[in-house]
Design a protein around this ligand. Sequence first.
Ligand code: FMN
Length: 199
Amino acid sequence: MVYIIKLLKPQKELDFPLMKALEIRRSKRKWKEEPLSEQDLSNLLWAACGITKEETKRSKSKRTSPSACNSQAIKIYTTTKDGLFLYDEKNHQLVQIFSKDIRDKIGTQKMMHSAPLGLIYVSDYSKMKNFLFKNDEIKWFFSGTDAAFISQNVYLYCTAAKLSTVILGLVNRNELHEVMNLKEQEKIVFTQVVGNPID
Ligand SMILES: Cc1cc2nc3c(=O)[nH]c(=O)nc-3n(C[C@H](O)[C@H](O)[C@H](O)COP(=O)(O)O)c2cc1C
């Protein structure tokens, strides 16, 4: 049976001055062991790439983050002590892939392994069908840009919600790819860790 976590409704009415968030945003690398609150997890994933316009018969859905040709090729996987999950933004829920804790694979820096939440940005090349995506070099480039927009959304939410976060390029992608049982056309772009700050 597939284990699904229905996320709380995201608090879209939350208020924080944008210019202030831009001014105080920082990469932070220290956190408490405790998991994020259910509300923060919901808000953060919605901020990352939640749906802001439902799909219609004629047009595809839109997300909080822009994406080249609206391919929406980036999928977010989360790692917690409870295992690996895929964020299903259409239903705002997390679908468990497996229950093994793989947080020690989130990045090559040891300090990252204790983060209660890891985000893995995976680009699904099979969604890049537009003529723009001529070859793998171009697909990799747009995977990087699309993932970076998502990461910045996470940074800004974390700033507003007083959470610690840092994006990670230092990742053993081959090892993580294997542990996650990803397909050949699924490429790990970056990871990002999040936690409650140590006061
Ligand atoms: C694409 C990218 C990859 C990064 N990879 C890492 C990383 O692997 N480990 C790390 O500690 N910080 C990483 N960082 C964070 C940078 O070190 C950080 O953004 C930079 O020092 C500026 O600090 P600030 O984010 O607080 O402004 C990365 C940042 C970017 C944009």
